[in-house]
Design a protein around this ligand. Structure first.
Ligand SMILES: C[S@@+](CC[C@H](N)C(=O)[O-])C[C@H]1O[C@@H](n2cnc3c(N)ncnc32)[C@H](O)[C@@H]1O
Length: 207
């Protein structure tokens, strides 16, 4: 674990959302063990480029930065980094020197992803932990399917039913497969098919 992530895990962030709701850092952040597994998966996949949705206090972003190292590229999308988090996650990234390799996109993912796709962005992997509303996760996955390269990886923090339901559509209908984890975690890692193909609407399977 990097020094920056150890500090955040041990001491917590310097400021809390909304002026200090006790326990908010733990409630919001991917736990350290899951961050380790996310980092290890990205390392095993040799991912060089990652899109992340949901920066918050920066716990998962620091783990992604650890996996990518100084030659990787990371896009972190979060419309509420300033208004809700007072930029504390971005400060953690900057303190770790990761602002050089990371682009913070201060927009809703539903706005940012289609633009990034249109601009030609293609990445090896994505981490989805932004809005947990069904329709917003469904849209995130719609665009990530085209932004993440064929055969690439999408990891979701999917411990709530709307996220699980959105993911189920893609697994049931579009050939997405779960990557088994060596150790239990609260995320699901998905491997995209080797080719991006569009099914017939007649082949729809209720999910
Ligand atoms: C659960 S937190 C992410 C925690 C972070 N992954 C971590 O482990 O440190 C959810 C984040 O998603 C952001 N968010 C909410 N709605 C969003 C949207 N529509 N697009 C992008 N990010 C969104 C919130 O501002 C918040 O920072």
């Amino acid at each position: 674990m990097s020094a920056a992530r150890r500090r955040l895990t041990t001491d917590g962030p310097p400021r809390l959302r909304g002026g200090g709701q006790a326990g908010d850092f733990r409630a919001v952040s991917l736990p350290a063990h899951d961050c380790d597994l996310l980092r290890d998966l990205l390392l095993a996949e040799r991912a060089r480029t990652v899109v992340e949705i949901g920066l918050a206090y920066g716990a998962s972003a620091l783990a992604i930065g650890e996996a990518l190292g100084p030659s990787g590229r990371h896009w972190a999308i979060d419309p509420f980094q300033k208004s809700a988090y007072d930029d504390v996650g971005w400060e953690a990234m900057t303190a770790a020197g990761l602002e050089k390799t990371t682009t913070l996109v201060r927009e809703d993912s539903s706005v940012a992803l289609p633009r990034l796709l249109h601009d030609g962005l293609r990445v090896d992997a994505a981490f989805v932990d932004g809005s947990h509303r069904f329709h917003e996760v469904f849209v995130d996955l719609y665009y990530l399917r085209k932004i993440v390269r064929p055969g690439g990886v999408i990891v979701l923090d999917d411990d709530v039913p709307p996220v699980q339901a959105a993911l189920r559509y893609y697994v049931t209908n579009l050939g997405w497969t779960e990557i088994p984890s060596a150790s239990p975690w609260r995320c699901t890692a998905i491997r995209l098919p080797d080719m991006l193909t569009e099914p017939s609407y007649e082949d729809f399977t209720p999910f």
